[in-house]
Every structure is written in C-alpha cells, then in structure tokens.
Design a protein around this ligand. Structure first.
Ligand code: ARG
Ligand code: ZN
Length: 881
C-alpha cells in the first residue's frame, strides 16, 4: 500500500456523534456560478459527549463565506475552516444555533455529487457523502434532523422549485425577477436524503388515495417534450404504492410524492424523502424508444425508490457499513413486487442470471467483500452487486428458513420497533429472532463472510431398503482478508421427482431439519436420508435458487435433462437445462482452444427443441430456456487460465450448430410469435417478443440466416424498440449483409433521442470482432457521445469493457490499455464513474498468463499515477492486492 493512502474507515471504530442537529433550515439562492447557501442548524451537545469537545463538521471542496454562533459572527480563533472540515471550539454547554454560509459553483460540479446542473436544471445527489459539498455538516446517516428548505431562483430559469417533504409557501420577490418556495419535511432524516431541484420542467400529475384514506399528489417532472413518456412510470408508482400497503402494510406518509428525471446521473435513482431523483433512463418510456427490458427496469426502479420510503428513510442505516440493511432489503422488496406484477419464475430466472453474471464474479475476485463490509476506503465503491443483489438473497433466505408468517411478523416488528431510527443489521436480525424463536447467530454469517459457498451433493438409492441418501457438503472459499470460513446456514429447497415426473410426497427425512420443502443445512456435512422411497428418484435441488451458492451435484446429464423436461419447479427446469448447456459449452471451449472441431450432443439439442415447441409453456420462460449461459458465466465456471476469445468462439459455434439442427422448429415458432396486435408492454406481449427475438438470433447465426434476409425484414417491420434493437443487434453481431445500412437507419431515426442512441452505441461496442476497439474509439467522437454524461459512458465504454469479453480482453492488451486511459482521464472530472469503469478489471487474475500480464501492466500504469481520486485508487489497489 502507498504511504499516502488515507486511513480506512472501520466498523469497529463507530461511535455516536457528540452533537445532535435537531433542525436544519436552509436558504439556497441559486445562480449558475455563485450559489449562496445559508444553513441554520439547531445543535445540542449530547449527554454522552465530553464537556468542551469541539464540533467537527464534514465538508468537501467548500468555500466558507461566513459563520455565526447564536447570531454573532465567530471570532477567527474560535474555529478552523478548510474545504473539507470545519472545527468549532469554545461552544456553549447548552443548545446553540450555528449559521453557516457557503458559496457553490453548480456549473463547475462535474462529479455529479452535491448540487450540480443537468441540462440546465439544478439538482442534487447527496448519498453517500454529497451533502458535505453543499454545506458543512455531520454528514453521516445517524445524524437525523428535521429540514426546512427555502429555494430561490430567477423565475424564468427555474419556474419549478422542489424540496423534500410538503410545500409550505411560495411567492415572487418584489422588484426582482426572482421567486422562491419553502418546503418542510416533518420526518427527521439523515443528510444523504436531502434534495432540491430547480428548473424549467414539465409536470405530469396524478393522485393516489392511501389505505387510510389520505389523498397524495403524485408528480413526475421531466424536460419539456418528454411528458408523453411518463405514463409507464406513473402507473408503476401507483402499483408500487398499493402493493406496499397490501404486502407489507406500509402506507405513504406525506401529502406529495415527487419524481424528477434528469439526464446526468451517476447511478440509477435516489430515494430522497418525498423527492426521488431519477436517471431519466428509469423514467422515460415509449414503445419507439424503450425496450421491454427498459419497461421492466423502470417498473423495478420506481418501486425500489418508493419502497425506500420505509426501508431506508423511515428506518435508515446507523453507518455506511449497514448499507445492505436498506439496499438488500429494498432490492428484495422490488423483486417481490415485480414477481407479483409479472411471472414469478421468469422474474426469478432473470434475477439469478444477474446475480450469477455480476455478483458471483465479484465474489470470486479481488473486489470480493462481505454483504456487510467492515472496512472501506471509499464508500461509493460499495454500492455493489454484493451489497444489493446478494444482500437481497440473504433476506430471501431468511424468509425461506422462517416461513412467510414468521418473516412477516419479523418485518412488522422491525417497522414498529425501529421507525424513526438509524439502525443496524443486528437490530434487524433480532426482530426475526424474536418473531420466530429461532437462533439466527449462524445465519448472520451471511453478512460477515464473503465468497460464494459451494454445496456438493452426492446421492445414492438403495432399492431393497427403499432408501435415498444425499450427502451434502458445504465449503466457503477464502477471499481477500478472510482465509478461514465457518459453515453457514443454507436453505436448500429440494424435492424428489419420481420416474413418472411427479413429486414424491409424505417421505420421512432424517439428517437435517426440514420445514416445508426446505432443508436447513448447517454443518460442514450432512447425511440426509429419505425413507420409504418407492423408486429411484431424481432430486430437484436448490429449487427457486434458494441460496446464492454453487451447486455441484452428481446428477448425470440424463438426470438433468429429465428435470429439464419434468421438474415441477419451473426455475429448476430452466436451471437443469442451463447446467447441461454449461458443460457442453465448456467442452466446446476446450475444443476451440485446442483447435479441435466443436460438437454438440444431440440430447441437448433435442431438449432445447422440446422447450421451443412446448406451447404449454409461457413464451417468456421458453425464451430464457433458449438463452445459452453467457461468456462471463463460462469464464467463472472455468475459473483459471481463461481465454475469452475461445469462450466467445465456442459459444457462437454451439449456437450456430443448434440453430442449424433446429431451424425448422425455430422458424415455425418464430412465425407463430409474430405480434397479433398493437404494441403493449405487458408481460405476455413482451414474452412473445422475447421468444421471437431470441429465435431470430439463433436463426441469423445459423447457415440459413447468413444472407441476412430474416434479420433485415425483422428490422424493417419493427414497430417498437424491442424488435428494432434486437434485429440491429443480430445484424451487427452476426455481421450480416445490410448491417451498415441498418446502423445508419437507426441513427437517422434516433439520433436526437439520447437514451435510444445509447442502444446503438452498446450494440456496436459489444460486437465480438477485432475492430470493436477501433469502433469504440471512433464513436467517442460522435456528436451524440459525451464523456460528461454517465449514461453515454456506460453505453459505449462500459458496455465494451463488461459486455465484450473477447475484445476487451484482447490478447495484445489494447483493450486494457484503452480502458486505463479512459479511467485516468475521466477520473479528473467524475471519479465515481471512473471507478466503476475500472472495476471491469476485477477478473483479471483468472485470465491466461499472457492476458493476465497485460491487464496487470495496465492496472499498474493507473496505480502509478500520483493524482488519483480515492475512488479509483481504492479499486486499482484492491485489484492488485
Ligand atoms: N440509494 C440509491 C439506490 O436506491 C443509490 C444511490 C447511490 N449513490 C451513490 N452515489 N453511490 O439504489
Ligand atoms: Zn436503493
């Protein structure tokens, strides 16, 4: 580690603040280059604080204008002010009022943290530590205050003025061109939930009546011209509000709920109290510009941010180590919501695919960390798949182990006991322990131990004894700073499927506790014995993916294909087929690397064929069955000496082979899935499109599709973005005749719609050909691209680094060198986005030696720079450790 690395923050060092800030009154006078912020803080020393201890407030690049205590300016020797810190000495013992004036330049704020401008609109992002870029404060989640915000701006620049809570007052300032609005939020909150917006925005309004009969005004604010693209977001919001009442008993608590969509945003969205601010990608949708996946994403993110009102806002985190307390829980809640709105198995498969392709690689590499970390250098780097997605899995496991009634009772207790508090994972678990009477000490290891556990299952059937025995072993791999691991509590949902395809019931089981269909695995090894088993069963294991583990079972391909056809759990039907496909792809990769011919077993082809043609199955589910495991899934499974080019080649070849063998069935189903009517984003219609589009992809990579006729016709006939983007992707990724014309037509049509053009950038950045890197470089000079906009950077460069494994990991290292250069240049303006890009290096150690050396050289080149942000420094240091 470099000598100048600042000290990390450690969980064990947590202690409460010496001071409480009970109320915050802000007066914000907006101007592009010189915004004046006056903060009036009512502060008192806590009983626990040492007498005479100074008050130390956080700042970040702040410019202090004036400082007063109880109405009198502070003497110069009573305080020390620096851009990142304000220390005040000689404070009274009793309560006092501190007035701080700072001056900001929102136009110059390219980090998009604190107060900044997006297309002229003033907006804020304060999570995790952005409030300290607005005024000096105890900028930590356990400092809860009641906020009143007065916002003032030129009326013509910013006719709309929004703050947290409820509107109280508004008016013109006589004799000037300025106006103001005052907002009051009665719910005490941490500074990271503060927000304000001011701009010339259009408004789309609606109303919601709560279960207790209160009327809530709902507004979505967007740039003028986008009013027509808010219907889906509004509908999703209303459904979220109703669902949280019905499923969790949670009712909204203010008179208004405002959402603002901005085009420059570092993350997805932010749950500021009563004033959610969104990346416009998660608000705007029209059939012509948004895909079905975008619609699903909007529904999920709108719900996620709304659900934070209780899990995050009413009950918040004591410190940032507890981030999963709000994020994992809220992701779990939004996943449940989407499952109820759509097909539960389809949603579960989509979530597991995401978990395996993003979180599993994170957990297997140098950036692995526990769901609740104990140490960080830069908190912004912990908004990870582990905290969010694995965090959600932990809550889901809790529900599986406790059962739905005790789980709900635990949630109710949590809401009742901790409302209005900043609390911890321990306090959360204590509620479930009390509600269920179960000891959750071992379960809590899921928050502490990083790494994906492996469950190994070996089974045998003894016909004479009518006995089926499964040996279940668990192991948790070593991860950075955690070499020895303890056994965990793992819910293993299981059933035995008889030869006729029905579930065996009424069996007696010994060797592990079983509640419902869930085995409670706790020991390093269990011998689980089922008695009175009439015939050799095939065990259906880890149903619904009941735990985030690697499952290694001794099931043969024949057993798995039996499950793929017959399992009564749709998730496991999908999983079984994926497992067979995964081993086929690994064999194909070995063949590709050794320059041997690639073959595909006919049994796998038949199983895929059967799922295409089975009209009793939901088309969305069939589409998922057809999707082969991705390149990162393969890389993760192979684990070491990875050659991404061999993986890519093998996958393409296997897909082409399957397409050739199943061309007839595929074409028939493709035709049958043609939309019968006008576009609708609902689950049924989108499922048909998904199946038709995945079939298009197969057919176009097969021999029959090589002339491009089918894909071009698909592209030309598309009356919605889902079909148009799918066809363009196929034309470009299979390099079919007409792909250039299609790219030009797409750019013509969508050149002025940035979110739609992002798809055009991504499709080109992820084309698996040797010129992809040059294309990416060229597109950075395209008029529609900007390094200052995070969505553009992610759509082009992020997509290349994470979605084009063979080209980013080019053998000559040019992909690594390019990413290193982008990270270094972007770090100067937006460290958060730069650090995200840098984490694309996280699997470098599993590459084959030559690529490994080149990736390491690129990482060392970045690490050698003297002036790195803490964000990028943290990622490269951990990658190299
Ligand atoms: N709390 C937001 C969410 O719901 C994420 C905000 C993260 N922002 C950041 N700068 N790290 O997911
Ligand atoms: Zn969240």
């Amino acid at each position: 580690m470099r000598p100048d690395t600042p000290a990390p923050v450690r969980l064990e060092d947590y202690r409460p603040t010496d001071f409480a800030i009970d109320t915050v009154s802000l007066d914000i006078r907006l101007a592009p280059k010189a915004t004046q912020v006056r903060a009036r803080l009512a502060i008192r020393r806590r009983d626990t604080a040492a007498k005479g201890a100074p008050l130390v407030l956080d700042g970040d690049e702040l410019d202090l204008v004036s400082l007063a205590l109880d109405g009198r300016p502070l003497a110069a020797d009573a305080y020390t002010a620096a851009p990142d810190r304000l220390e005040i000495r000689a404070l009274p013992d009793g309560p006092f009022v501190l007035e701080i004036e700072t001056r900001l330049d929102p136009d110059a704020n390219t980090k998009l943290m604190g107060l900044y401008r997006s297309s002229g609109t003033y907006c804020t992002q304060c999570e995790a530590e952005g409030f300290r870029r607005i005024t000096y404060f105890l900028d930590r989640p356990d400092c809860l205050s009641v906020y009143t915000t007065r916002i003032e701006a030129r009326e013509s620049d910013a006719p709309v003025l929004l703050g947290n809570g409820n509107p109280v007052e508004a008016g013109r300032i006589e004799g000037t061109d300025r106006h103001y609005a005052v907002w009051h939020d009665p719910h005490p909150k941490p500074a990271y939930l503060f927000a304000m917006v001011a701009g010339d925005l259009a408004r789309v309004s609606n109303r919601f009546t709560t279960a207790d009969g209160r009327d809530v005004a709902l507004n979505i604010y967007v740039e003028h011209g986008n009013e027509g693209a808010c219907d889906w977001a509004m509908d999703s919001l209303k459904r979220s509000m109703r669902w949280d009442e019905e499923v969790f008993g949670r009712i909204y608590d203010l008179e208004v709920f405002n959402i603002v969509a901005v085009s420059d945003f570092n993350m997805g969205a932010m749950e500021n109290k009563g004033l959610n601010i969104f990346n416009d990608k998660y608000v705007l949708a029209s059939p012509d510009t948004a895909t079905d996946q975008d619609y699903a994403g909007i529904e999920a993110v709108i719900a996620h941010e709304y659900f934070h009102n209780w899990t995050g806002n009413r009950i918040t985190c004591r410190d940032w180590f507890q981030l999963c307390l709000k994020e994992g829980l809220t992701v779990f809640r939004d996943q449940e919501f989407s499952s109820d709105m759509r097909s539960r198995p389809v949603k579960r498969i989509a979530d597991v695919r995401l978990l395996k392709s993003h979180q599993f690689p994170e957990d297997a590499g140098p950036l692995a960390h526990p769901v609740r970390p104990r140490l960080y250098h830069e908190i912004n780097n912990f908004y990870t798949a582990t905290v969010y997605e694995k965090g959600a899995e932990v809550v889901r496991m809790l529900k599986a182990l406790l059962g739905p009634e005790d789980f709900r009772a635990g949630m109710d207790l949590f809401f009742e006991r901790h409302d209005g508090e900043a609390t911890t994972v321990e306090a959360f678990l204590a509620c479930f322990q009390e509600a269920s009477g179960r000891d959750l000490a071992q379960f809590s290891l899921w928050y502490e131990q990083a790494g994906t556990p492996t469950l190994t299952v070996d089974s045998k059937y003894e016909p004479e004894a009518r006995r089926f025995t499964m040996t279940v072993r668990q192991s948790v791999p070593p991860t950075p700073k955690q070499s020895a691991k303890k056994p965990m509590t793992i819910p293993l949902k299981a059933a035995l499927i008889g030869p006729d395809g029905t579930e065996m019931t009424g069996l007696s089981v010994a060797g592990a506790e079983m509640t419902g269909d869930t085995l409670h695995i706790r020991n390093p090894s269990h011998m689980i014995v089922f008695s009175d088993v009439p015939a050799r069963p095939v065990p259906s294991l880890l149903r619904e993916f009941s735990a985030p583990v690697h499952l290694k079972s001794d099931l043969s391909d024949a057993d798995l294909l039996f499950l793929a056809a017959r399992d009564t759990d749709p998730f496991n039907r999908w999983q079984a087929l994926q497992s067979v496909a995964l081993s086929a792809l690994i064999k194909a990769t070995q063949a590709a690397a050794g320059q041997r011919p690639i073959t595909v077993d006919p049994e796998l082809v038949d199983a895929i064929g059967a799922s295409i043609a089975d009209d009793s199955l939901d088309p969305a589910f069939r589409a998922l069955c057809l999707q082969l495991p991705g390149e990162t899934d393969l890389a993760r499974e192979i684990g070491k000496d990875v050659d991404p080019e061999a993986i890519c080649q093998a996958r393409r070849q296997v897909r082409a082979t399957i397409a050739d063998r199943l061309a007839e069935t595929m074409l028939a189903t493709y035709t049958a899935m043609t939309s019968p009517g006008p576009f609708s984003p609902d689950a049924a219609a989108s499922g048909r499109r998904a199946l038709r589009n995945v079939l298009l992809e197969y057919l176009s990579h097969g021999t029959g599709g090589q002339d491009g006729t089918l894909a071009r016709a698909h592209f030309d006939a598309a009356d919605n973005m889902t079909d148009r983007a799918a066809a363009l992707g196929v034309l470009v990724h299979a390099r079919l005749p007409g792909h250039e014309e299609a790219l030009a037509a797409f750019a013509d049509r969508h050149g002025h719609t940035p979110l739609a053009l992002d798809k055009w950038f991504t499709i080109q950045a992820t084309a698996p050909f040797g010129d992809a890197l040059d294309t990416v470089k060229r597109l950075t000079t395209h008029a529609g691209f900007s390094m200052g906009n995070p969505n553009r950077v992610r759509a082009l460069i992020g997509a290349f680094a994470t979605g084009n494994q063979s080209q980013f990991n080019r053998a000559d290292g040019a992909g690594f060198d390019y990413l290193a250069e982008v990270v270094l240049s972007l770090d100067k303006t937006n460290p958060q986005v730069a650090a995200r890009l840098a984490s694309a290096f996280r699997s470098w150690r599993s590459l084959e030696p030559e690529r490994q050396a080149r990736a390491e050289a690129a990482l060392r080149h970045v690490a050698a720079m003297a002036e790195l942000s803490p964000d990028v420094r943290d990622i490269v240091d951990r990658c190299l450790q």
